[in-house]
Design a protein around this ligand. Structure first.
Ligand SMILES: Nc1ncnc2c1ncn2[C@@H]1O[C@H](COP(=O)(O)OP(=O)(O)OP(=O)(O)O)[C@@H](O)[C@H]1O
Ligand SMILES: [Mg+2]
Length: 238
């Protein structure tokens, strides 16, 4: 059996009396897109925060390519090949687009010219090359999401986690993002995709997990999830 790119088991996270993650378990193989759906407060972002090291889980384990990263600091998890974007993009607002992209790779000790060429190629892929010397704060909200995606991809992560990439983004830019996500998967990256946009989730995902109140209430392929009574009830009520 091949080693999963990411394997989570028994993951539990409490905030005081609130059980934000309750015994969450899943795994994903290289190149797979795992959709993560659930109503507001279901625990989706908390799950990503635990995986990337922002939060320390109370229980459970996280393996990246078979390496235990549970409770490790964000930079250590990133070093293992995990990248993520945020629900509200966190770009370096007072830095140029090029400089934003160089931040995560400065420690790589490659020649400046190589890193610069890599950053420009990445901006070109994201349709942002013309704006490379602008400050990040001059970009639209959707463009800031693309910039954050580009910055995340610079160190060539093997597992990428995208938290609501389509929220508040024009449909045309959504389509462009979907293509970018498809090419991440085609390049062998494992994608964890949180979205309330079920159309995009269903188009992109090989498998979907549905969360509610910190638990996984359903898991399966798109057809199984669409028709799952627990998912329908969690979204629409009885
Ligand atoms: N740092 C924190 N301190 C206290 N409670 C938190 C913290 N982070 C998250 N929570 C709580 O944990 C629960 C899950 O939140 P989370 O942000 O993971 O939900 P979500 O599924 O991402 O929701 P949304 O779709 O609205 O983004 C919520 O009840 C939230 O209030
Ligand atoms: Mg969230």
């Amino acid at each position: 059996m091949t080693t999963a790119a990411i394997a989570v088991s028994g993951l539990t996270k409490r905030f005081g009396g609130l059980l934000a993650l309750d015994d969450v378990a899943f795994s994903a193989q290289p190149g797979q897109v795992l959709g993560i759906i659930g109503v507001n407060g279901a625990g989706k972002t908390t799950l990503m925060n635990c995986v990337c090291g922002i939060y320390k889980p109370d229980q459970g384990s996280i393996l990246i390519d078979g390496h235990d990263t549970t409770g490790r600091a964000p930079h250590e998890v990133a070093h293992r090949g995990v990248g993520r974007t945020f629900q509200i993009p966190r770009v370096f607002r007072k830095m140029s687009l090029i400089d934003n992209l160089l931040v995560p790779v400065l420690a790589q000790r490659k020649p400046d010219s190589v890193l610069l060429a890599q950053a420009e190629a990445m901006l070109e892929q994201m349709n942002l090359l013309e704006l490379r010397h602008n400050f990040a704060e001059e970009l639209s909200g959707g463009q800031q999401k693309l910039l954050e995606m580009a910055r995340m991809l610079m160190p060539d992560p093997r597992v990428v986690m995208l938290d609501e990439p389509f929220a508040g983004v024009h449909p045309q830019l959504c389509r462009f993002m979907i293509e970018r996500i498809e090419s991440m998967s085609a390049a062998g990256k494992t994608v964890l995709l949180i979205s309330h946009d079920l159309t995009s989730i269903y188009r992109l995902s090989n498998r979907v997990i549905a969360m509610n109140q910190g638990r996984i209430i359903a898991e399966g392929d798109v057809t199984a999830i669409r028709g799952n009574p627990a998912v329908i009830e969690a979204y629409l009520g009885t």
